[in-house]
Design a protein around this ligand. Structure first.
Ligand SMILES: Cc1cc2nc3c(=O)[nH]c(=O)nc-3n(C[C@H](O)[C@H](O)[C@H](O)COP(=O)(O)O)c2cc1C
Length: 312
């Protein structure tokens, strides 16, 4: 297996969450790789301004992957060429990217109904075409994020193993696995048996995702043979989770953190300063403002950005 250069604590791509300020905070607190939110490939290559502004790899020290939602080979080729051009021009926006990722996991009906995301997993020829294009035309290390299938039927057919075979053959740098189907609720347990099957079949690194909330849940994934773990909801309003998990992985000891109001204020201040310097969308700014405010009041729960999007 190729060496795995991106560390073992990754921040997930999250729509309306993963802007530069939030990624920076997570990176400062131990995330080894972070991702932009899912970027629609077709809107990007058409030069849609709102979409282009989601690409924000302005700070070179922060390891950032870009995630695309794409279903056509030609669109993928154009999007990869845009990244390549940005890298050549050292444009800041694209030029500090480290990784290119394709999303085959988004469970949103809006995505599935147009045949994108996890709806593509069962289409072996299509997957081969997209993953080969990604591998051959990507100027950067590249991988994919998958679920086990669209639904229970596809999972029973083990379509995920066909995807892993393609990823092996093509030689992707990693596959991130959220070991559920797209029909499963976000609170449903992972299918650990399927994840273990995948790890056994893979000749490339597997990144485990889903329901990682602390050191022991991260260690469990790594013990299954995953090369890294990817966290989403547990990092929202809590960028310190990465150093906490790292400490557990190194020492085997759990500690209870008592964050002070000052620490939350400082984290918010860092976020807001980056947002001011480099710009961000209102949806990101309002969401993090709300979440750090809730955390400061002692709220430890996860709250989706949908409320901000509805009211903002
Ligand atoms: C608000 C939110 C936005 C998300 N947006 C994306 C996205 O853009 N791309 C993606 O691949 N997954 C996205 N996801 C899914 C997460 O990356 C992750 O797979 C899922 O939340 C499971 O991880 P967790 O249990 O650590 O939250 C999103 C999840 C949340 C909560």
């Amino acid at each position: 297996m190729k060496p795995f250069p991106f560390g073992r604590l990754w921040l997930s791509p999250m729509e309306s969450v993963s802007d530069l300020g939030f990624r920076s905070l997570c990176y400062q607190h131990g995330a080894s790789l972070t991702f932009t939110e899912m970027i629609r490939g077709s809107a990007l290559v058409q030069g849609n301004k709102a979409t282009v502004s989601l690409v924000d790899s302005y700070i070179p020290s922060i390891k950032t992957g870009i995630q695309f939602l794409v279903s056509k080979k030609e669109t993928l080729q154009k999007a990869l060429a845009m990244i390549d051009a940005g890298i050549q021009k050292k444009d800041g926006r694209f030029s500090n990217l480290s990784v290119i990722d394709l999303n085959f996991g988004c469970p949103s009906p809006e995505i599935i109904n147009i045949g994108q995301g996890p709806a593509l997993l069962k289409r072996t020829m299509k997957m081969k075409e997209l993953l080969t294009t990604l591998r051959n035309a990507s100027p950067l290390p590249c991988g994919i994020k998958i679920r086990l299938g669209l639904n229970e039927f596809e999972k029973q057919q083990k379509i995920y193993l066909r995807v892993i075979e393609i990823a092996n053959d093509v030689g992707l740098d990693y596959v991130t696995v959220h070991a559920k189907t797209a029909a499963d609720a976000s609170t449903m347990p992972l299918d650990e048996k399927a994840l273990q099957e995948i790890v056994a079949k893979a000749r490339i690194p597997i990144v485990g995702n889903g329901l990682i909330v602390d050191g022991p849940t991260a260690k469990r994934m790594l013990d299954f043979g995953c090369s890294a773990v990817m966290l989403a909801r547990a990092a929202v309003g809590n960028p310190w989770i990465f150093e906490k998990i790292d400490s557990y992985l190194k020492t085997g000891k759990l500690y209870t953190e008592k964050r002070t109001a000052t620490e939350y204020q400082e984290a918010w201040g860092t976020y807001a300063a980056i947002a001011k310097t480099y710009g961000t969308k209102k949806k990101f700014y309002d969401y993090h403002h709300w979440m750090f405010g809730l955390r400061m009041q002692g709220d430890k729960g996860y709250h989706s950005p949908s409320r901000i999007l509805e009211t903002g």
